[in-house]
Design a protein. Structure first.
Length: 143
């Protein structure tokens, strides 16, 4: 039901981790995620620790789901001397092509403990259904 849009995304993410680069609006860093089916919906969980909900943007255009977030630096007093800074800052993004069998009109989103959870229901038209056979009770006349 979900299709990757960029086969090199993981390679970019690993390179950014090794080089310590941060995402920018023109070239955002990747968002790690899990996706699975649970009953009649797909669940997507994305790690966005330290990101406030007002810095998360979720869009759906046709079947393209885009999640973009920005982790901003925390204000520190002038007398603070940073000893170590490993937590990535900047812009993070993930795009997913959603199948036509998903109901993009009823996507719900929640955010708890740094994890964004999207729930996408399977469209009614895509669910299996039973087809009944009608019975023709008319008698055939042979002649």
């Amino acid at each position: 039901m979900l299709m990757r849009t960029d086969p090199f995304r993981e390679l970019d993410r690993l390179t950014q981790q090794m080089l310590g680069t941060t995402g920018t609006w023109s070239r955002p860093a990747a968002v790690p995620m899990d996706a699975y089916r649970e009953g009649d919906e797909y669940v997507i969980m994305m790690d966005l620790p330290g990101v406030s909900t007002d810095a998360i943007d979720i869009d759906v255009e046709r079947n393209m789901l885009t999640v973009k977030a920005e982790r901003r630096p925390v204000e520190k007093p002038d007398d603070v001397q940073m000893e170590l800074s490993e937590r990535p800052l900047g812009v993070f993004s993930r795009q997913l092509m959603l199948a036509d069998t998903l109901d993009t009109e009823r996507i719900t989103a929640s955010y708890e403990a740094g994890v964004l959870t999207l729930r996408i229901p399977i469209a009614e038209r895509a669910k299996p259904r039973k087809i009944t056979i009608s019975r023709d009770d008319r008698k055939q006349i042979s002649g």
